[in-house]
Write a protein that binds this ligand. Structure first.
Ligand code: UT7
Length: 321
């Protein structure tokens, strides 16, 4: 029994923030941002629009593409670091929105690796027979966690959501998943506090993303190179067996390095970082949906998804679409 992606969807809030808009907020330039990150613009959710709102739009599109109704769904997993509320989970809020009744629903918090963690978890539910039709979403409003006076972080992130429907199938789907974490790196990419550690700052909204970008960059490049090798070896595959790389969209230079490691031409790599920025857990399902809908990714092709993020967490999913 395999778990197979049978439908995809995504959603971006309408409002676009360009690098030129950011030049008015912090000491930066379009040239610096494009050269160092590949980002030209990002979408920002307007006030009052939440992570669940974005997740709902993406989920409805994935359900429509997969031709499943709310009563078919027996598991909901949302990967997010920017939940609407401390609790209930965004997955429970989404379950209510979609009128899905009485199935397990929970969030996964693995920052930018969240969607890979979510797919790996759902794959295990399906392979053990605990679920047959799962809704898996990566959704973020990380713009709410940004310090708009900190040029080292505020230029990098954007908001959005991507979703997939995963069904039990006898046809090949997810071939393998690989998850890792190393909490020793907790301070290189973090939010400086939260409910329990800094309750006063949390209540006052003074907790923001902090990153030692250059140090994160080096570990990310090496680690993603290793996960490519690990994934291919586990499946006894060659680099040339991969049809598409769908990477987490943090920085075009990191994506280029992974593509080079795979000896993959950039026209077989799905990149959205120029238009979406880094949407954390939403970036892989967003990029995947873009390439499915524009006809690049075809049924039967072999896809490698990989991600790296705060924790550090990292992982990959190899699948036949
Ligand atoms: O999604 C989770 C994983 N996240 C990542 O993988 C992100 C990894 N890191 C990165 O993508 C890159 O490290 C950044 C894009 C964040 C930074 O690029 P970099 O080439 O590593 O630059 P840097 O941090 O070494 O900074 C170089 C210079 C510094 O100035 P000095 O010290 O050389 O004078 C920074 O102060 O660039 C300066 N700088 C900026 N200049 C203009 C930093 N941010 C900006 C900015 N605009 N926005």
């Amino acid at each position: 029994m395999y778990s197979r992606i049978v439908g995809t969807g995504s959603y971006l809030p309408e409002k676009i923030m360009t690098n030129h808009d950011l030049e008015k907020l912090v000491e930066t330039s379009d040239e610096w941002i494009v050269e160092r990150t590949g980002i030209k613009q990002r979408h920002i959710a307007p006030e009052g629009v939440t992570t669940c709102d974005l997740a709902e739009q993406a989920a409805r599109k994935a359900m429509e593409a997969a031709q499943v109704s709310p009563s078919d769904i027996d598991l909901i997993v949302v990967a997010t670091t920017s939940a609407d509320r401390v609790f209930p989970s965004t997955a429970c809020l989404l379950q209510d929105r979609l009128d899905v009744r009485n199935c397990p629903a929970f969030d996964i918090q693995a920052v930018c690796t969240g969607f890979v963690y979510a797919l790996a978890t759902v794959d295990k539910f399906i392979k053990t027979g605990a679920a047959k039709c799962a809704l898996v979403v990566g959704a973020e409003t990380l713009s709410r966690l940004l310090d708009w006076t900190d040029r080292t972080t505020c230029v990098l992130f954007g908001d959005g959501a991507g979703a997939v429907i995963v069904k039990a199938s006898e046809e090949p789907g997810i071939l393998s998943t690989h998850l890792h974490a190393n909490g020793q790196y907790k301070d290189l990419l973090t939010v400086n506090g939260g409910i329990s550690e800094t309750p006063d700052d949390f209540r006052a909204g003074r907790n923001y993303i902090k990153m030692k970008g250059n140090e994160v960059f080096k570990v990310a490049v090496n680690t993603l190179g290793e996960i490519v090798d690990e994934t291919l070896a586990a499946n006894r595959m060659e680099k040339s067996d991969i049809d598409w790389l769908v990477p987490h969209q943090a920085n075009i230079r990191i994506i280029n390095a992974t593509a080079k490691k795979l000896r993959m031409p950039m026209d077989r790599v799905v990149t959205t970082v120029d238009r979406h920025g880094n949407t954390s857990a939403a970036s892989i399902p967003l990029a995947f949906d873009v390439a499915v809908r524009d006809g690049r990714i075809q049924r039967g092709e072999t896809i490698l998804m990989e991600a790296f993020g705060g924790g550090f967490t990292w992982g990959s999913v190899l699948l036949k679409y």
